[in-house]
Design a protein around this ligand. Structure first.
Ligand SMILES: Cc1ncc(COP(=O)(O)O)c(C=O)c1O
Length: 389
């Protein structure tokens, strides 16, 4: 029997040519490079305009993936080797790796059990901080208002990692809206997917710097080669997005409101079917969740594994989100970069829950009957789930 809740939120074969006009336009003219040589507007340009608007920023630039987006954002914001960058403790390793890749030190920022960063932890951070990176987890938006105020007081940029949070909102607004720099990903498991891809949104000045860093260091005028004689040219890599990827992103971006409404309806159905027999790990403002994932907390780490295996046997996807904080991985311990961060402070709060946090994705493609099956599978194995934490 087919898995009823695929991890991906974009199912290309399930779509029709009507729902993929950008994609078919690119297939039609064969212009796969972002600098198109036809009358058609570059899909990359359309994506950049859409997301600059979506995140409420002056500009945006499409890049090869979310990790690169984070790294180039840090570089463009002037983060230097040896600088300390606060990063949500419960986050994907790519967040801390992006910091490490510019030679800076990722310092975990504690989070509470609603996966909200603890603003007090930011305030209490020992030593100077060059930037703050808040990560929105599995479609649950972190309310970043207080963090924004503290960043303003410290005079440092706030980067919001919206790779898992496109469309999510907290009482402080849409994920990414309060950031100086919003970064998202279009990787396979993301809300909007082109297999790989990413985007950085921010001020026009910052975005131009990221653009240079992602396109061989210089700006192209009129579609020609970059102007490497420009005194602002820098040595840089090629980290562009292709037109095929951008077209797929644009087709999903134009359908985003409808997608979110369908996902939220499915999530509401799932929660209703679970009723009071199971406790869901909700954000502080569940109505604002994008609805992509429903989270639970297992009784123990071993229960978490057993729950995932039991659901898999019923063809339902459940995953432990992240088992460890980045500090706990060998790659960070061996790097020596984070040695000074005493391990006895970790794990805390949500981070301590880490190996027990379970995620069940339900995409818009899942029919009502599929949602009922997911609910049944969760209920069948609820003995593995904690009622409180
Ligand atoms: C929270 C978070 N940040 C960053 C990334 C990195 O994005 P990418 O895979 O596009 O490099 C991902 C996903 O992979 C993610 O989930």
């Amino acid at each position: 029997m087919a898995v009823v809740n695929p991890h991906q939120f974009f199912d290309l074969p399930a779509e029709s040519p009507d729902t993929l006009p950008y994609f078919h336009a690119v297939l039609g003219d064969g212009q796969l490079f972002r600098y198109v040589e036809s009358e058609r507007e570059s899909a990359n340009t359309a994506v950049e305009r859409f997301f600059a608007g979506y995140f409420g920023k002056e500009a945006a630039v499409a890049v090869a993936n979310g990790t690169v987006g984070l790294r180039l954002s840090l570089q463009a914001a002037g983060v230097k080797p040896g600088d300390r960058v606060l990063v949500s403790a419960y986050s994907f390793i790519a967040c801390a790796m992006a910091v490490a890749s510019v030679g800076a030190v990722p310092v975990p920022m504690d989070m509470d059990t609603a996966l909200t960063v603890d603003a007090a932890a930011l305030k209490a951070a020992e030593g100077p901080v060059a930037a703050v990176m808040v990560v929105h987890v599995q479609g649950h938006a972190v309310p970043v208002g207080r963090v924004r105020e503290l960043c303003d007081a410290l005079g440092v940029p706030l980067i919001e990692d919206v790779c898992q949070g496109v469309g999510a909102a907290s009482p402080d607004g849409r994920a990414g809206a309060l950031a100086d720099i919003a970064v998202t990903s279009f990787q396979q498991s993301k809300q909007i997917s082109s297999g790989e891809g990413g985007l950085v949104a921010g001020t026009a000045d910052l975005v131009e710097r990221v653009y240079r860093l992602s396109d061989l260091g210089a700006v192209r005028h009129g579609g020609g080669l970059p102007d490497w004689d420009d005194e602002r040219a820098v040595m840089a890599d090629n980290l562009r997005l292709t037109e095929l990827q951008a077209a797929l992103v644009m087709d999903q971006a134009t359908a985003l409101d409808d997608t979110l409404a369908r996902q939220r309806a499915n999530r509401a159905r799932l929660k209703e079917a679970l009723g009071s027999q199971v406790t869901v790990l909700d954000s502080e403002h569940p109505a604002g969740d994008s609805g992509s994932h429903t989270l639970f907390v297992a009784r123990t780490a071993s229960d978490a594994q057993q729950f995932c295996a039991a659901l898999k046997a019923e063809d339902v996807v459940a995953r432990v989100v992240w088992k460890k904080t980045f500090l706990e991985y060998g790659v960070f311990r061996q790097s020596g970069l984070t040695d000074e961060l005493s391990s006895q402070q970790w794990p805390k709060t949500a981070v301590a829950l880490g190996p027990r946090i379970l995620s069940v994705p339900v995409s818009k493609y899942v029919p009502e009957s599929g949602v009922a099956r997911v609910a049944e599978a969760v209920l069948n194995h609820r003995q593995h789930l904690a009622r409180e934490w």
